[in-house]
Write a protein that binds this ligand. Structure first.
Ligand code: HEC
Length: 199
C-alpha cells in the first residue's frame, strides 16, 4: 500500500477511535439529562419519530386484519380500552389525566385520531421502546388485541354519551384475573393478610 494511502487510513482510524472515546466519556460522565421533562433536541426527536414510524410500518406490513366491523368485537374492545388505556390515551369523557402531562413522548389522543389497524395492532401487541407504551401482548392474546383495534376504529367521533353507553354494555375486562391465576403459583402457606377469599 502506498504510504500516503496508509497514513490516510490511519488518520481515519484515529478519528473513529477518538469519536468512540468521546461518546463513551460523555455517557460515563452522566452529563446526559435522562429526565422525561427534558425534551430531545429537534434532530434527535425527528430521528426517533422516523425510526418508530418506519419500524412499525415495516413490522406490521404482513399482518392479516380480521373483520373489525363485528359489533361483539367492538364491544369487547370498548371494555378493554376503558379499563387499560384511557389514563394515557384519553376518551370522549376525559380531557386529561394525572399521568398524561408528564409522559414523553406524549401519547396520541385516540378519541381524536383514527389509527391504521395493522400498525395499531402491532404497537399494542409489542409496545414502543423508550416510550410509556407497554407491550400488551405479554398479557393479552391476539383476539383481544384485535378487539381493541376494532374499537379504536369507532372511537374517534364518538360522543361522550355513546362512549358511556358502549362501555357500560361491554363485557368486563377479565384478563387481569385470569392472567394472575394462571401465572401465580399456589400462594405460600402463611397468613393470608386478611384476603376476603381466604378459606
Ligand atoms: C402508560 C401510558 C400508556 C398506556 C396505559 C397505553 N399507552 Fe398506548 N401509547 C403510549 C405512548 C406514550 C405512545 C406513543 C409512543 C411514541 O410516540 O413513540 C402510545 C402509542 C400507542 C399507539 C400507536 C399510535 C400511533 O399513532 O402509532 C396505539 C395504537 C396505542 N398506543 C394503543 C394503546 C392501547 C389500545 C392501550 C390500552 C390497551 C394503550 N395504548 C395503553 C402510552 C400508553
Amino acid at each position: 500500500m502506498p504510504t500516503s494511502l496508509r497514513s490516510f487510513f490511519l488518520g481515519v482510524l484515529a478519528t473513529l477511535v477518538l469519536l468512540a472515546v468521546g461518546v463513551l466519556a460523555f455517557v460515563w460522565s452522566g452529563r446526559y439529562d435522562m429526565g422525561a421533562d427534558a425534551p430531545h433536541t429537534r434532530p434527535v426527536f425527528a430521528l426517533m419519530q422516523t425510526m418508530r414510524e418506519r419500524s412499525i410500518r415495516a413490522h406490521a406490513a404482513d399482518l392479516v386484519v380480521p373483520d373489525l366491523s363485528d359489533p361483539q368485537l367492538v364491544l369487547k374492545g370498548a371494555g378493554q380500552y376503558a379499563a387499560m388505556c384511557t389514563q394515557c390515551h384519553l376518551s370522549p369523557v376525559m380531557t386529561d389525566s394525572e399521568i398524561r402531562p408528564g409522559l414523553y413522548p406524549q401519547p396520541p389522543n385516540l378519541s381524536r385520531v383514527r389509527v391504521d389497524p395493522k400498525q395499531a395492532f402491532w404497537a399494542i401487541k409489542h409496545g414502543i421502546k423508550m416510550s410509556a407504551m407497554p407491550a400488551w401482548g405479554a398479557s393479552h392474546d391476539d383476539a383481544t388485541i384485535w378487539s381493541m383495534v376494532a374499537f379504536l376504529q369507532k372511537l374517534p367521533g364518538m360522543s361522550a354519551q355513546e362512549y358511556k353507553d358502549i362501555v357500560a354494555r361491554a363485557p368486563p375486562d377479565e384478563d387481569m384475573d385470569m392472567g394472575a391465576e394462571a401465572a401465580a403459583p399456589a400462594p405460600p402457606h402463611h397468613d393470608n393478610g386478611g384476603a376476603p377469599d381466604a378459606h
